[in-house]
Ligand binder design. Sequence first.
Ligand code: CTP
Ligand code: CA
Length: 228
Amino acid sequence: LAELSASADLVGTRIVISAGGTREPLDPVRYLGNRSSGKQGVALAQAAASRGAQVTLIAAHLEVDAPANIDVVRVSSALDLDAAMREQAPTADVVIMAAAVADYRPVTVAPGKIKKEVAGDTLTLDLVKNPDILAALSAAKAPGQIVIGFAAETEPDTDALVALGRAKIARKGCDYLVVNRVGWTEGFASDDNVVIVLDATGAIVNEASGSKISVANRILDVIAHSPV
Ligand code: CTP
Ligand code: CA
């Protein structure tokens, strides 16, 4: 019910949210991808808009519809997402990197379809690391801007999960990190989520579980009350 009585605490706030999963092209018909559905990022966009924020959603292959009446910029690869975020972030009060960014991309994209007869019985792909978009956004942060990252981890133990999150936020330099557990059955396609929000010191500032829209609202509560 709390989700229905939308407050207007984000009026005047411009929020840029990336969602979905990037695809790294191999040849004209194939890509390397991941299992992100985009549901949590879309829920964040929806919840932020209903609290009065001006939202831009940077969408990488969502498996769900983007909310109506929200600005949507479509991207495909990590390099596309990097360019879109660099363009959108400087005018944002809050930047949220909910997208699952491919860590590596093929060094070369074959101009034509890769053929079995040519490749043989095994195929080795050379991959190169993609730019760390969140780290770059954090380093380029304007005064007063809030940058939030996500960390999807498969670690089953909660203390170890939080420890991974603490190490990750220290590496990334963002203001908050939303840590969630993912696995074959948890996280991605699900309509529910369980998250722990860490601040830059590694302290737990919020924990939430339930529908992705209610989790989105608890993450937005952190922003609404942030001293940053
Ligand atoms: N991220 C990013 N650019 C990348 C990789 C990740 O901006 N090239 C962002 C994600 O959108 C997310 C955060 O960084 O907000 C953490 O992503 P994650 O994959 O958990 O962290 P990595 O640094 O890639 O570490 P690893 O995958 O090895 O755990
Ligand atoms: Ca990664």
